[in-house]
Ligand binder design. Structure first.
Ligand code: ATP
Ligand code: MG
Length: 409
């Protein structure tokens, strides 16, 4: 079965409100094996919403509308769906009583316009809304289904889970879904896709999604089969092929982020980590401490943005910075060595670079970043030329630093 979602609300067409309900619904529908083939946002206008419903019914077995079920003049979803289906609206005393009781519970008197919410499209089943006044509606139209759901996400989500999912499940052929989430560092998205596409393309019952962020790529596999062992076999088999192709560039098999993976490695080895950051201004420390329990291995860091601070806090010779510039292999090494010595940590990472948009270091292009690593055995640094704007360069730099440590560990 395929579905179309129509988000109703003029406010969703403006710049201040985003339609998030359709994201939630799409996720829930995909889990049931229903594919969302189109979604749209339509303003609060009866004719336009009715047109959208008719167009959706031409294409989809399931049409879901969110929003516009409230009591005010601009809530037009009930009228629009009735119009599109050529059905009437029927007043339900039971719903009116429920709404009145809800008001009474809050020591308020129901105003007359709330009765608008007590109208059901002829033939519709009422879907109880325990978090608001407007009930949802479930309508069977030939072999098609329409759902009307309230707009506020705190009402729509529980209503969908408790009222819609069981009804849909009962109608759909039984499906089993198995998933895998891999993460990869230090590889451009296009290179990765070129490498793994020949492996995943033949698997028609596994959906492969590649999500790229700065220096981090997630690969999601989702197998959907009529029986459980097929779904598991498919996702395992393809997962195995992808693992072999990616080798040690793959750092996570369960979706854990790089800082969590590096943290576990440090903990297992009884090692500890300090950081010295210049152009990332604390982002590396923030990422490391995002992980609960990171105090087991992360000791702290130095935010040494200026040359003077590099000298004062880490004891780096000012003449070295003057002769080599702050963005250099020698200074990256000195920062890592200094952070390790000052804290007594077994390992230290340093980051020094030009995040842009302008470079303050003569002869150094924006995007140039040195990452240093001091271990009990050695001190060394790697040079990166990172793409993108200031934010992306900084995110890339953090990822590069964590990945360098991962490889060393
Ligand atoms: P109400 O009874 O509250 O009026 P309603 O069903 O009429 O409910 P709307 O008036 O369309 O819903 O929307 C109410 C609020 O819900 C909006 O102000 C908005 O904050 C939120 N909302 C509506 N639609 C969406 C959506 N598609 N995604 C996220 N939030 C939404
Ligand atoms: Mg409303």
């Amino acid at each position: 079965m395929n579905a179309e979602i129509i988000a109703v609300g003029t406010e969703l067409l403006g710049a201040s409100r985003l339609d998030t309900n359709s994201l939630f619904l799409t996720d829930g529908l995909n889990t049931l094996g229903v594919e969302v083939t189109r979604k749209s946002v339509v303003g609060d206008d009866v004719v336009r919403v009715a047109d959208a419903v008719r167009a959706a019914l031409d294409q989809a077995g399931l049409v879901i509308l969110s929003g516009g079920l409230g009591p005010t003049e601009d809530d037009v979803t009930r009228d629009a769906v009735a119009l599109a289906l050529g059905r009437g609206l029927e007043f339900s005393q039971a719903i009116a009583d429920q709404i009145e009781a809800r008001f009474a519970q809050r020591r308020r008197k129901m105003v007359e316009i709330n009765k608008r919410q007590a109208f059901l499209i002829a033939g519709a089943i009422k879907l109880d809304n325990h978090n608001g006044t407007a009930p949802g509606q479930w309508i069977e139209h030939g072999d098609q289904i329409l759902m009307l759901l309230p707009g506020p996400p705190n009402e729509l989500k529980p209503l969908f889970e408790t009222e819609c999912v069981p009804r849909l499940t009962a109608r759909l052929p039984q499906q089993f879904i198995r998933t895998r989430a891999f993460r990869v560092a230090g590889m451009p998205e296009s290179d990765l896709d070129q490498l793994i596409a020949p492996a995943y393309r033949p698997y028609t019952s596994v959906t492969t999604t590649i999500l790229a962020a700065a220096g981090d790529i997630q690969i999601h596999l989702r197998a959907r089969c009529a029986n459980e062992s097929d779904a598991l076999d498919q996702v395992e088999e393809l997962g195995q092929k992808i693992e072999e192709l990616l080798g040690d560039r793959l750092y996570s098999r369960n979706g854990d982020p790089l800082e969590a993976v590096v943290g576990s490695m440090l903990r297992e080895r009884g090692a500890s980590l300090a950081v010295a950051e210049s152009c990332t201004g604390g982002l590396l420390g923030a990422r490391l401490t995002d992980v609960p329990g990171s105090s087991d291995y992360f000791v702290g860091g130095f935010e040494v943005y200026t040359d003077a601070m590099k000298t004062r806090l880490l004891g780096i010779d000012a003449r070295l910075i003057a002769s080599e510039t702050a963005v250099s292999e020698a200074v990256a090494n000195a920062m890592a060595r200094g952070a390790r010595e000052k804290t007594g940590a077994t390992h230290a990472l340093s980051v020094t670079g030009e995040a842009g948009p302008q470079s303050a270091t003569p002869g150094v292009e924006p995007g140039t970043v040195w990452v240093g690593l001091a271990t009990p055995e050695t001190v060394r640094a790697s040079l990166f030329h990172l793409p993108g704007n200031r934010n992306r360069v900084r995110e890339f730099a953090v990822q590069a630093a964590l990945n360098l440590l991962r490889r060393a560990l």
